[in-house]
Unconditional design. Structure first.
Length: 244
């Protein structure tokens, strides 16, 4: 199937929002009780949540199934515990992946009284269902500090990336210094999320923190960081469920 080239900008203010006494969550796609049938995914990406969790609170033990879940902490610390016996603290620069497979239960808690934790959690469909659940974390802060885009999670065997069970997807991250220039990886689908700062997307204009762009067959446009730099997360995907 031939894809029509599109560049679909979604501003931060247009995201679904969940706000409670302990959680400030912004959703790029339909999530929980927020549902829009025209906004359920892009490519293979079904969830991209920008979450801030207050101290000594969090997501109590809950289940997942048949999903590749990647968590990327921007500020603070998030404690993960699951039914495989994994327990650990995720912090900036430590990539984490949980393959839910045939079923896993886990919790995510800001187990500190010092400060909120700010993180992005992303879900992609696996290429094989009903696998054994598994967990992986990997420190990649040093690679990010060298500049450019770095693979954070990959189904294609990239070095210095956590492995996901989806050959058609790679998550790239960049800690961009002021005026740094990178190119969006060229594939059928790409989802660009500005987690911090601001960037200029070639032929599309300025993107601020919380803005996202859904690219379809759009080539490899440049991203140029603004005067304060930027943190970007880019899903590159070879295929998808259907066009949004």
């Amino acid at each position: 199937m031939t894809l029509a080239p599109t560049v679909d900008i979604r501003r931060a203010a247009a995201r679904f929002k969940t706000n409670t006494s302990w959680l400030d969550s912004n959703h790029c796609f339909s999530f929980g009780y927020h549902y829009d049938p025209s906004n359920t995914h892009h490519g293979l990406l079904l969830v991209s949540n920008d979450d801030i969790v207050q101290p000594n609170t969090g997501f109590s033990t809950h289940p997942h199934r048949d999903m590749e879940i990647v968590t990327w902490v921007l500020d603070g610390e998030l404690e993960h515990t699951d039914t495989l016996g994994n327990t650990g603290v995720i912090y900036p620069g430590l990539a984490q992946r949980m393959s839910a497979g045939r079923g896993i239960w886990h919790s995510e808690i800001n187990n500190t009284n010092r400060a909120p934790v700010h993180f992005i959690q992303m879900w992609v469909l696996p290429d094989t269902e009903q696998i054994d659940p598994s967990y992986e974390q990997l420190e990649i802060g040093a690679e990010l500090d060298r500049g450019g885009l770095v693979p954070i999670a990959s189904g294609r065997g990239h070095n210095a990336a956590i492995a996901i069970r989806q050959e058609g997807a790679v998550l790239w991250g960049g800690r961009l210094k002021p005026s740094d220039v990178v190119r969006v990886p060229d594939n059928a689908y790409a989802h660009v999320y500005v987690a911090k700062g601001e960037v200029e997307l070639e032929n599309a204009g300025r993107l601020a923190a919380g803005d996202a762009v859904r690219l379809t067959a759009a080539g490899s446009p440049t991203l140029t960081a603004g005067s304060a730099g930027a943190v970007v997360l880019i899903w590159e995907m070879a295929n998808g469920l259907s066009a949004n």
